[in-house]
Design a binder for this molecule. Structure first.
Ligand code: SF4
Ligand code: SF4
Length: 77
C-alpha cells in the first residue's frame, strides 16, 4: 500500500523552527538536528497525510511516496 512521507529535500532552506515536528499528529518526525529523522512506520498509518510538508513555510520539505508495496525507493530520496 502506498503512503506519503517527508524528506528534507532542501536542507539549506530549513530554519530549524520545528514547525513540522509540531504539525505531525503522530510525532513521526523524531528530530531535525543534527539530521532530519522520520519514523515512516507512523506515516504508513496515515495514507494521505502531508501536514508536515504543508506546514513547512520555507519549502525545505518534500513529500515522497512509497512504491505500491510500501517500500521506500532510496535512489529517489
Ligand atoms: S518546518 Fe521546515 S523549516 Fe521548520 S524545521 Fe521543519 S523542515 Fe525546517
Ligand atoms: S506525513 Fe503525516 S504522519 Fe508522516 S511525518 Fe508528515 S505529518 Fe507526520
Amino acid at each position: 500500500m502506498k503512503f506519503n512521507y517527508p524528506v528534507l529535500a532542501h536542507p539549506e532552506k530549513c530554519q530549524h523552527c520545528k514547525t513540522c515536528m509540531k504539525a505531525c499528529p503522530l510525532s513521526a518526525i523524531i528530530d531535525i538536528d543534527p539530521r532530519f529523522k522520520v519514523d515512516i512506520s507512523k506515516c504508513k498509518t496515515r495514507i494521505d497525510c502531508f501536514y508536515c510538508v504543508m506546514n513547512c513555510k520555507s519549502g525545505a520539505l518534500t513529500l515522497k511516496q512509497t512504491d505500491a508495496e510500501g517500500n521506500v525507493n532510496i535512489s529517489k530520496q
